[in-house]
Design a protein around this ligand. Structure first.
Ligand SMILES: Nc1ncnc2c1ncn2[C@@H]1O[C@H](COP(=O)(O)OP(=O)(O)O)[C@@H](O)[C@H]1O
Ligand SMILES: [Mg+2]
Length: 272
């Protein structure tokens, strides 16, 4: 059988979610088709050349092992290692900078700037959100009144500034390559990890696919995180194109089976 090196951090602690359960489930399913070995991303180097594919999954934010991660990315490129997700993405895997680009290009995203002096480019509001460009898991994210924001000297290019959106709910669209597999939403704003199946319509699908097309990843799992505004529009919150958590154990069986089938197909196509 072909060999997969499956990178994950089984001990990663995430609020309200057990990442390791998802990885145990997925690897248990992959094992019937591939020889799968699990490995913490910090220990991968000596195994990388012995496998047919490296799968990068729930490692948590890579900022906590930035240097190790950067050398890994370098090795993938210089040794031509096959990796899923491909490292060609322009979104979260490069930090949140892309939100500035998408704002300028008039995509439906939460309007985003990175210098207070550009505040007039945002819709007028009393409440703002600031977040680090290289953040994840809400680390460093703050809600600020306009006064507070103006008093902060945000000019060094490490933070993003957005209007605080009073959304109705958050919804996520999960893709394998360019195929939309399922969507989940958090009907209760206070418990945004309590997810339910979301029955998307064709307009919602067009919205999500726009960002997948823009990103152009050929092989990978991506999650398009959006919020529904009070006036009914969808706005992009984040395009997670490195290692999105999938909430796979919360899916109905049919959806989960289809997802696993498609994942195995895509991996087979990459390896053979
Ligand atoms: N501009 C905003 N307005 C309102 N809520 C926001 C805004 N930006 C982020 N949030 C809230 O914070 C959460 C985390 O923000 P996100 O940009 O996805 O960063 P992270 O990479 O930490 O997940 C979002 O899911 C949403 O609930
Ligand atoms: Mg997020």
């Amino acid at each position: 059988m072909k060999k997969i090196l499956y990178l994950t951090d089984l001990y990663y602690v995430a609020k309200g979610r057990n990442y390791y359960e998802e990885d145990l489930y997925i690897t248990n399913r992959l094992k019937d088709n591939f020889d799968v070995v699990l490995c913490n991303p910090k220990n991968s180097e000596s195994f990388e050349n012995d496998v047919d594919l490296i799968v990068f999954r729930n490692t948590g934010g890579v900022n906590s092992f930035k240097d190790i991660y950067n050398s890994f990315v370098d090795r993938v490129k210089s040794n031509n290692l096959k990796i899923f997700n491909e490292f060609s993405g322009k979104a979260d895997m490069c930090g949140k900078e892309y939100l500035l680009d998408l704002t300028k290009e008039k995509y439906p995203v939460i309007p985003t700037i990175d210098r207070v002096e550009d505040i007039d480019l945002l819709p007028d509001t009393d409440k703002y959100v600031i977040k680090p460009k290289d953040g994840s898991d809400s680390i460093g994210l703050e809600f600020l009144e306009k006064e507070e924001l103006l008093n902060r000297n945000i000019i060094d290019g490490t933070m993003l500034i957005q209007p605080a959106i009073d959304f109705k709910y958050e919804v996520s669209f999960y893709f394998i390559n360019d195929k939309l597999e399922y969507a989940l939403y958090a009907p209760n704003k206070e418990q945004r990890w309590k997810l339910e199946k979301y029955d998307y319509n064709s307009e919602d699908m067009d919205f999500a696919q726009k960002f997948i097309r823009w990103n152009g990843i050929k092989n990978g799992i991506q999650r398009v995180d959006a919020c529904r505004t009070q006036d009914g529009r969808l706005l992009l919150v984040e395009l997670e194109d490195l290692n999105p958590y999938l909430s796979i154990l919360e899916l109905d069986e049919e959806t989960r089976e289809r997802f696993i089938r498609d994942l195995i197909d895509v991996i087979n196509n990459m390896i053979y």
